[in-house]
Design a protein around this ligand. Structure first.
Ligand SMILES: *Cc1c(COP(=O)(O)O)cnc(C)c1O
Length: 222
């Protein structure tokens, strides 16, 4: 199957209004161009260096989403090129992104990453930690960023009920945060969850963005 055909098949299944973030990590720029030619404009990468190299080789109307753990020493290079940073997993990182964004007179869209999966390896705020941090007002105080919503990954398991519980926890947290902290704005409206194998469950639980790699580009060779 070609990338264009994979994309067409995916688009036929995904409900209207749900944004597909094409996760192109580890795939060569030719693969991204094929997706671009098939109309895809939103791409997700998990390493800063790779995102920057690819951004230099694709047209300017591509929207680049950073979806991987972001080291603080890479923030400065990333901020000018990125559209949305989905993987903000600490207040300190958010503050640094804000500072760099202000210094290049930009506002960066960000998502706060929630940790709901069983695996310890996955990063993000716990629900309690995120709510407690929001209450202090320190997140709202950061200039140069627009808090657009939440990002999360479910556990890597065949237990669909477990995955659905995790997605529902994220959705409930999203609603709570919007009602308590962003009631008068349309800006907090992004819920990014679901990957190739579990996106239908994520959509059922309210995902507005799904991050799909292997179903579009094939398996990755690390
Ligand atoms: C790699 C990755 C994806 C896409 O995974 P696939 O299984 O290839 O669809 C989604 N989200 C994050 C954070 C990733 O690192």
């Amino acid at each position: 199957m070609s990338i264009a055909k994979n994309l067409a098949a995916l688009r036929a299944q995904v409900p209207e209004g749900v944004q597909i973030v094409a996760v192109s990590k580890f795939h060569p720029v030719e693969a991204l161009r094929e997706a671009y030619d098939a109309g895809q404009r939103v791409f997700g990468e998990n390493r800063v260096q790779e995102l920057l190299v690819k951004a230099g080789q694709l047209p300017d109307d591509v929207q680049w989403h950073m979806i991987g753990h972001l080291q603080t020493n890479k923030v400065r290079a990333l901020v000018p090129r990125v559209t949305m940073i989905e993987s903000v997993d600490s207040l300190r990182l958010l503050q640094l992104i804000g500072r760099e964004a202000c210094s290049v007179r930009k506002e960066v869209d960000v998502l706060l990453q929630l940790h709901v999966a069983q695996e310890e390896t996955k990063t993000g705020f716990s629900v309690e930690e995120l709510l407690a941090t929001l209450v202090t007002g320190e997140i709202e105080a950061v200039k140069g960023v627009r808090i657009r919503g939440l990002m999360a990954m479910a556990s890597n398991t065949d237990d669909a009920a477990q995955v659905e519980r995790e997605f529902q926890t994220v959705a409930d947290t999203f609603t709570t945060i919007r009602e308590e902290f962003y009631p008068d704005t349309e800006v907090f409206n992004v819920l990014s969850m679901g990957m190739s194998h579990d996106w239908p469950l994520a959509v059922r639980h309210g995902a507005t963005h799904i991050r799909v790699g292997s179903s579009i580009f094939g398996n990755r060779e690390y």
